[in-house]
Design a protein around this ligand. Sequence first.
Ligand code: 1CP
Length: 343
Amino acid sequence: MSKIFVDACLGKETPYTPVWMMRQAGRYLPEYMAVRAEAGNFLNLCHDPKKACEVTLQPVDIVGVDAAILFSDILVIPDEMGMDLSFVKGEGPKFSDPITCDADIERLIGGEEAASKLTYVYDTIKLIKEKLADDKALIGFTGAPWTLATYMIEGQGTKTYNICKKMMYSNPTLLHKILAKVTEVVKLYMEKQIQAGIDVVQIFDSWAAAIETEKYDEFSWKYMVEIAEYLKEKYPHIPIIMFPKGIPSFYDKVYGNFDVFGVDWATPMELAKEKLGDKYILQGNMEPCRLYSKEATTASVEHIQSVMNGKRHIFNLGHGILPDVPVENAKHFVSECQRISGK
Ligand code: 1CP
C-alpha cells in the first residue's frame, strides 16, 4: 500500500497534503505522561522498545497525523559514544565530561561500535513497523552533527554557545574533528534505522541559527549533506528531510541530494517557496504557539495553503509542539490541514 507521506516527500501527486507535528509524541498527551510515569524517567522510556513503540503510535491514533516519528532523542547518540547522558529534573540534558581536547575525542566510541550499541532504537523501530497501519509512514531521525556537538562541548543546553564558538574561532580543527567523528556514527546509525524499517529520515539542526551565515556550510550544512548523500547513494527510495532551524539567510546557498526542506516558523513560507520550492518539497511551517488558539491555527493553515496551493508541500509546525498545548487544539490543526487540502 502506498504511503501518502512518503509519496509527498518524493514529489508524487497525493490526494491531500499530509501532516505531522515535530515533537508530536510527548508531554502534551496525558497518555504519554502515563507511560512515562510507568517507565520512571525519560531515558528508561527511550531504552524500552515496548513503551517507546506505544508512545510513538499515540499521536497517530489520538491526533490523526499521517506519519509517526520514532520516539527517542537525538542525545542517545553521544550517550552511546560514551558521554554518559543524564536528564536533571527541571534543567534538561547533562553530560558530566564535556569535550575539551583531542584526548577527549579519542576516548569517544566511534563508527560501527557506537552505532551497534543503539540496538534498543532498532528494536523499537521493528516493533513499531509491526503495529503501524500500512498507509502511515515511520520517520526516523538524528540530530545534525553541529546540534549534537553543541551539547557534547557545552555539556548541556546553552543560550550563548560561547564554549563551542570559542572552539569554532580559536581551534576550528578540534571542532571539525568532533563533527567528523559524530558524522561517521550518524551515517551508520541512520543506515541501521533504515535497515530496521524506517520509511523517511529527518535530520534536525535545531541550533543552526547559532552559526553566522558565512560559516554555516563549513560547520554544519556540509556534514548534513555528507550524511544525506551517503544514505541516498545506498537507499535512494528513502526520502530525507533536512530541518535547519532559523537560517533564511542561507537559503540562497542550500545544496545537496535530499528531498524535503523543513521551513521553521520564523521564515515566511513565501520566501522559502521562492528560493527552494522548485528544487525541494517544503515542509512546515506554522508557528507552534498558534496552537494555543484554534482561530489563529485555522488562519495560519489557510495562509500556508494559499502560498503552497497543495503542491510540493507537507504540513507541519515550524518547530516542536509545546507541552501545555491542549490536545484538542493539536487535533484541530491536523483536521484543518486535511480539510483545507481536500481530505
Ligand atoms: O520530560 C520528558 O518527557 C522529556 C522531554 C523530551 C521528549 C519528549 C526530551 C528531552 N526529548 C523528547 C523526545 C524527542 N526529542 C523526540 C521524539 C518525539 C517526537 O518528536 O515526537 C525528538 C525527535 C527529539 C529531538 C530532540 N531532542 C531535539 C531536536 C528537535 C527539536 O525539537 O529541536 C533536541 C534539540 C533534543 C534535546 C532535548 N531532549 C530533551 C530535552 C529537554 C532537550 C533539550 C532541549 C534544549 O536544549 O532546549
